[in-house]
Design a protein. Structure first.
Length: 490
């Protein structure tokens, strides 16, 4: 049996522990072999047996030959592990979230954030267990040096730690032992055995703890990867789906027109709030463009002076009908309905034609504050709303402060647009979203079982948006009745 470790190769506690085995073998051999002059064969045999080898050669020098590892405490002092022994580290997965956390009502796809949170806690627990396991025998090198100093002298003991071939170093030191110290050597047997037991149990605990850390790190990394994929998908689809065709004129704040695809964040458009009468320039905060299958509505408009214009929008884009004092989706407009123009006059819908496009590029943007703009010829552009807004900036600020970071949105704009995406009643809305109206509460409730996102909206705008604890069952328990796209908001 050979072991050769070198200090410069990064020898750690397991290497030091091997010295403990040697020390235990030394004192065992000295006792059981009758203190022979040349103890090397006995030492090799005893060390081999301590490791549980099946092909160990018997040591020279005779003696009782009892297996020192199987005989319990060689000094007859009872169980050496009865006190001060490190406990084994928990097995992987024994710590972490309680079984069934989150309850059966949480949708599986909704659990990714909770799974990441649990995995982070399990990883932290595993690191703590590893630190505890290491600390249980972290001073083995000091204890071992002290023991070897008693057995073979300080100088030779230090050589065994600092010089190259540990085995050769010990053989040399053993041959130099003054046998007049035999009784002293024998008295160290219990201490040597306890050090060996401490290493044996402690190293197993440390190995388990290290493996658990590796496993929990792999698990956490995989969950974070899935979480990031989900987040990127959520960001990709954020933004209102009501839009206009390329080339649609947008009325800018300075009275000029610009094609909608050329409008950029930071540009200012003319906006108007028909409920309060507030009007003025407002900055564009974000632009959107998407291609794919679209339901398009061509709206022929007759202005007060008799001139005609045609605008084309996706079916869900809201237009302000001053006669009805309501926002009406393009698909719901009919001949005879009214529209507000940039001059303040009313235009009339002459005709509406709906068609489908298999692959059509469309554009839209968000406007800060009033969240409206005008499309069409500059002198008689008609008022449209790009998407649902919050009831107020203060309300948005409060909700983003409470929920934005938890939901992993990097900015208020991103959080705001995600809320719009959840509650946008356009193009059929986000797939899979459930909605119900709470007339008494004056709002429509929205819930996405896939992401766990929940929001409330009224005719005044978005009220709230956050991750719903309890998932589907919590939403089902909330008051509300059937509601579908196109139904009036309370």
């Amino acid at each position: 049996m050979r072991w050769v470790w070198r200090a410069e190769s990064g020898a750690g506690k397991i290497e030091y522990a091997a010295l403990v085995v040697l020390a235990a073998a030394i004192v065992s051999a000295l006792l059981y072999a009758g203190l022979p002059t040349d103890v090397r064969p006995a030492v090799s045999s005893a060390a081999c047996e301590l490791f549980g080898g099946d092909d160990c050669e018997p040591g020279e020098g005779g003696g009782p030959g009892a297996d020192p590892a199987a005989s319990g405490d060689p000094a007859g002092s009872g169980d050496p592990g009865a006190s001060g022994e490190p406990s084994a580290a928990p097995s992987p997965g024994s710590s972490g979230a309680p079984d069934g956390q989150g309850g059966p009502d949480v949708e599986p796809a909704d659990s990714i954030d909770q799974e990441v949170e649990d995995a982070e806690q399990e990883y932290a627990d595993a690191l703590a267990d590893q630190e505890d396991a290491d600390s249980e025998y972290g001073n083995l090198d000091e204890e071992l040096l002290a023991l070897l100093e008693d057995l073979i002298g300080l100088t030779d003991a230090k050589k065994c730690f600092l010089e190259g071939d540990i085995q050769a170093c010990l053989w040399t030191a053993l041959n130099a032992i003054p046998w007049s110290k035999a009784l002293k050597v024998a008295s160290k047997i219990p201490k040597a055995y306890k050090l060996f037991e401490k290493w044996r149990k402690g190293s197993k605990a440390a190995d388990k703890a290290k493996e658990r850390v590796r496993e929990q790190k792999r698990k956490l990394d995989e969950l974070k990867r899935k979480q990031e994929e989900r987040l990127q998908e959520r960001r990709r689809r954020a933004g209102c789906k009501s839009s206009f065709l390329p080339g649609t004129p947008v009325l800018m704040a300075d009275g000029t027109e610009r094609a909608i695809e050329d409008v950029a964040a930071g540009d200012t458009v003319l906006a108007f709030d028909p409920r309060t009468g507030e009007e003025g320039p407002r900055p564009v905060t974000r632009t959107f463009g998407r291609a794919g299958a679209q339901t398009l509505v061509e709206i022929a408009v007759v202005r007060a002076d008799g001139t005609r214009d045609t605008v084309t929008a996706t079916g869900s884009h809201p237009f302000w009908d001053p006669a009805a004092a309501a926002w009406v989706d393009a698909a719901d407009l009919a001949a005879g309905d009214t529209l507000r123009t940039s001059s303040g006059a009313w235009a009339e819908v002459a005709s509406v034609r709906t068609r489908s496009a298999a692959d059509q590029q469309v554009h839209n943007f968000t406007v800060d504050g009033l969240n409206t703009y005008y499309i069409g010829a500059a002198d008689e552009a008609v008022l449209v709303q790009n998407c649902d807004e919050w009831t107020g900036q203060g309300n948005l600020d409060d909700h983003y402060s409470k929920h934005g970071e938890k939901m992993r949105y990097e900015s208020q704009i991103e959080y705001k647009e995600a809320a719009k995406d959840l509650m946008c009643d356009c193009d059929g809305g986000r797939p899979g979203v459930i909605a119900k109206v709470d007339r008494a509460g004056g709002a429509v409730r929205y819930f996405d079982p896939e992401t766990g996102e929940y929001g409330m909206k009224s005719s005044k705008g978005i009220i709230t948006f956050y991750k719903l604890d309890g998932g589907q069952s919590t939403f089902d328990a909330m008051p509300g009745g059937p509601w579908k796209e196109g139904d009036p908001l309370p």
